[in-house]
Design a binder for this molecule. Structure first.
Ligand code: IMP
Ligand code: MG
Length: 173
């Protein structure tokens, strides 16, 4: 297994996360937000993002995993649901990466059933070429090519999440 050079360095990631946090701070000034972290992948992005936001927020966590079958139909399994009541609240769903879009689409539908005042989606990475279902992304850090990446919360088999940067991962043959 080979971890390539950083695709995004610690400095590049931190600068981008601050930029996204500044936008959220400006756009939600005077409103109460519940920020929702999708576990596990978004944990590191989420913890930096909320630190850079300069308005009061609440946080909550949701956990799920997606299984994409060969016929391109996906199934999302929920492991842990929200604890906060989001009815009439402004919600921002925070994800590490939008790939096929199945996870975000599933969670979006799931949360919309609870009638939040608004629901926006924030993804650090967007692998748009891989999209199967169209899902609206309101805040995106970096658009990346179709490569498998690890680090900064993103994993291969639950490993490499602790790298402070993002790198392309290649399986050695
Ligand atoms: P989607 O439902 O296909 O959009 O998949 C989203 C999930 O797949 C993310 O939450 C990630 O956990 C995982 N994923 C997709 N691409 C990558 C990658 O390049 N590296 C690590 N995890 C990935
Ligand atoms: Mg993952």
């Amino acid at each position: 297994m080979v971890i390539g050079k950083p695709l995004y360095t610690v400095e590049q990631i931190q600068a981008k996360v601050r930029e996204v946090a500044d936008r959220i701070t400006r756009e939600y000034d005077g409103k109460e937000i519940i920020m929702v972290c999708i576990l596990k992948g978004a944990f590191m992005f989420f913890s930096d993002l909320v630190r850079y936001i300069r308005i009061p927020i609440k946080v909550d966590f949701i956990s799920c995993s997606s299984y994409v079958r060969s016929d391109s139909t996906g199934e999302v399994k929920m492991h842990q649901d929200l604890r906060e009541d989001i009815k009439d609240k402004h919600v921002i769903l925070v994800e590490d990466i939008a790939d096929s879009g199945l996870t975000l689409n599933f969670l979006r539908e799931h949360l919309l059933q609870r009638e939040p005042a608004s629901l926006k989606i924030c993804a650090l990475l967007d692998k748009k070429d891989r999209r199967i279902v169209d899902v609206p992304l309101d805040y995106v850090g970096f658009r990346i090519p179709n490569e498998f990446v690890v680090g900064y919360g993103l994993d291969y088999s639950n490993m490499f999440r602790n790298l402070p940067y993002i790198a392309v991962f290649k399986k050695s043959t």
